[in-house]
Design a protein around this ligand. Structure first.
Ligand code: ATP
Length: 359
């Protein structure tokens, strides 16, 4: 097991003349041994490029990749000592489940007793014990992908295990179960795992830290709680959470933001910003509440009843917001007010969060 250092790693598939030519803009980060990371972002943001650089399928056009202190930037995949799990099962249909799981260990000439013990351990973690003697050919797509996962996890001496959207072929009903299982497996095996997905639930359930990517850039690397409570970039606020964060445009002077002809007093001051600065205020729908009497006046467009909670889609002047409707509150007509939990608001300038000082 190793730590992985991304030392200015970046990649352009063609000539790199400007920043926009990079499919992956240079990133500096250290991924710690034994931790689980997810690379999360929309299609085309550079997740696979980064994963392929780590696996050795792509040689980066900038920077160095270190496994512990060893520079592996130009090493072949075989020499990197990593395990990989892909979107679709990679298994031998004619072999039994046990033989499939044992394969990576047999290849490395491990003693038979150790192989048997490890195969049993991994099969138990993935609920494959009952299938160990069955041929893989007759199994469902879900079971085959579980074998693939098992083959990726069976070696304890790998530098890292890389997963590329491994739950794509899994039945939606089983996804939830397998997601939680993978997390438990990670805790038990203590391996550095890197998991690529565009599904925020998968990323947030699995990872100790999530790397949120947009347009070739790692816009924030943080725990699921960091990403929810303190999005450092408006993209993270918008992309994480369902629905995402609200952003209200206005101008800030001292602790007062003016927006749509109203003045909003904030909990924090932003002395680093000039007076009358154009800003965005970010607030999660969970921390914005519809009220009958207090707060900023809004027009209610519609209310979505999600069973567990109700969300109101409202307009503050020309700006749309999604806010929580408190239990028991009935909404008559379209006139209402909203209030924000002042401890949960954030100020953004040029899409980046600005740290405030408690007033
Ligand atoms: P997806 O979730 O759709 O796989 P991704 O986040 O993994 O997307 P990448 O596959 O890393 O994104 O692609 C990042 C950018 O690099 C995209 O604009 C893509 O078109 C481009 N790209 C990827 N592979 C190549 C290639 N072999 N040659 C040229 N451009 C490429």
């Amino acid at each position: 097991m190793a730590k992985i250092t991304l030392d200015g790693i970046g990649h352009a598939y063609g000539p790199a003349r400007t920043d926009t030519d990079y499919a992956l803009k240079p990133i500096h980060h250290v991924w710690e041994a034994g931790k689980a990371y997810a690379l999360l972002g929309p299609s085309g943001c550079g997740k696979t490029t980064l994963l392929n650089i780590i696996s050795g399928l792509v040689i980066p056009s900038a920077g160095r990749l270190l496994f512990d202190e060893r520079d592996v930037t130009r090493l072949s995949t075989e020499k990197r000592n990593i395990a990989q799990v892909f979107q679709f099962p990679v298994i031998y249909d004619t072999m039994t489940v046990a033989e499939n799981l044992a394969f990576p260990l047999k290849n490395r000439r491990m003693p038979r007793s150790l192989i048997e013990a490890r195969v049993c351990e991994i099969a138990a973690m993935l609920d494959l014990t009952g299938d160990l003697n069955r041929r893989a050919r007759g199994l469902t797509a879900d079971a085959k992908q579980k074998i693939s996962l098992g083959r990726g996890l069976v070696r304890s001496d790998v530098s890292a295990v890389l997963f590329d959207e491994p739950l794509t072929v899994i039945d939606p009903a089983l996804k939830w179960e397998l997601r939680s299982k993978l997390k438990a497996v990670h805790r038990a095996l203590d391996l550095l795992m890197i998991y690529v997905t565009h599904d925020q639930t998968e990323a947030l359930t699995f990872a100790d830290k999530v790397v949120v990517m947009n347009d070739g850039r790692a816009v924030q690397i943080g725990t699921p709680a960091d990403l929810f409570e303190r999005p450092e970039h408006t993209f993270v606020g918008y992309f994480i959470g369902s629905p995402g964060m609200n952003f209200l445009s206005g101008r800030l002077t001292g602790r007062t933001m003016s927006t749509e002809g109203h003045a909003l007093d904030l909990d924090h001051a932003y002395p680093s910003l000039p007076q009358d600065r154009a800003v965005k205020l970010g607030i999660r729908p969970d921390y914005a509440t519809l009220t009958a009497a207090n707060g900023l006046p809004v027009k209610v467009r519609r209310i979505d009843d999600l069973g567990r909670k109700r969300l109101a889609h409202v307009d503050l002047g020309s700006q749309p917001l999604v806010v929580t409707v408190p239990n028991g509150m009935s909404v008559e007509g379209s006139d209402a007010r909203v209030s924000f939990d002042p401890r949960r608001t954030h100020i953004y300038v040029d899409e980046q969060r600005v740290e405030g000082i408690a007033a």
